[in-house]
Design a protein around this ligand. Structure first.
Ligand SMILES: [Zn+2]
Length: 241
């Protein structure tokens, strides 16, 4: 084999292994101008899905949480470019774990601002990921033109820094890992969780967003306000074990 054919062969092989390795994201329409991005991470025998949001407004696009990694986050950016044809204005990270923040670099490469609370920024850096801009307050409304994004920090639950985001127009609550899908009977990764405070935080969320119609959890299927009470039930089981 000539040197050139060998190089081509190695290149083809690495492209092939990349194609096999890279997981494909899914984007599902939730409401008019609101989409859920779903990315995947292989953990043992299971391929764990993770949800984030894409919100289109007349001021541009807002993204809540990255995919698990940079490759899948690039796919989200590509999807927005192709389908929404508006610039991404801001990315909001709802806590510092890799299912929320693992793809920060992909946004930074495109000069898209990635933001979080101070605590999340600190914890993200600690976990070895690039820092979001620590500009979000614990309670704040972001004016997106024809929509509002309400940031709310309910206190330590799944993680000390978890926040939720409410879309005023569509009455959609993005709970992230603070809220569990009714598909699961497990609390998931609780290594950074505070079970007692978590329940108190859920009560705060419930009374703050009384009009909520759709609740999107960090993983698996979404539903209505019952996801909040379902998460409380799971916590009761764990606390009384
Ligand atoms: Zn988490």
């Amino acid at each position: 084999m000539t040197k050139l054919t060998t190089t081509c062969f190695v290149l083809a092989l690495s492209l092939l292994s990349y194609a096999c390795y890279a997981q494909k994201i899914k984007v599902k329409k939730l409401e008019k101008n609101v989409y859920v991005h779903i990315s995947y991470k292989k953990m043992g025998n299971t391929n764990v899905p993770s949800n984030g949001l894409i919100v289109k407004t007349n001021k541009g696009v807002w993204i809540i949480d990255t995919a698990w990694d940079d490759d899948q986050t690039k796919q989200i950016i590509g999807w927005v470019k192709k389908n929404l044809k508006k610039p991404i204005q801001q990315v909001i990270i709802t806590h510092a774990h890799d299912d929320r923040a693992g793809g920060i670099q992909a946004f930074l490469d495109e000069k898209i601002p990635v933001t979080s609370t101070q605590l999340t920024a600190k914890r993200t850096v600690k976990s070895g990921l690039p820092s979001p801009q620590p500009v979000l307050k614990k309670s704040q409304v972001i004016d997106c033109g024809n929509n509002n994004l309400e940031i709310f920090s309910p206190g330590w639950g799944h993680a000390p820094d978890n926040i939720v985001v409410y879309l005023t127009k569509q009455k959609v609550l993005f709970g992230g890992c603070f809220i569990k899908s009714t598909d699961t009977r497990k609390l998931g990764n609780t290594k950074d969780a505070h079970l007692k405070l978590w329940k108190k935080g859920l009560l705060k969320v419930q009374s703050k967003f009384k009009e909520v119609e759709t609740v999107v959890p960090g993983h698996q299927d979404w539903g209505d306000g019952r996801l909040i009470t379902h998460t409380m039930d799971l916590l009761d089981v764990s606390l009384h074990r």
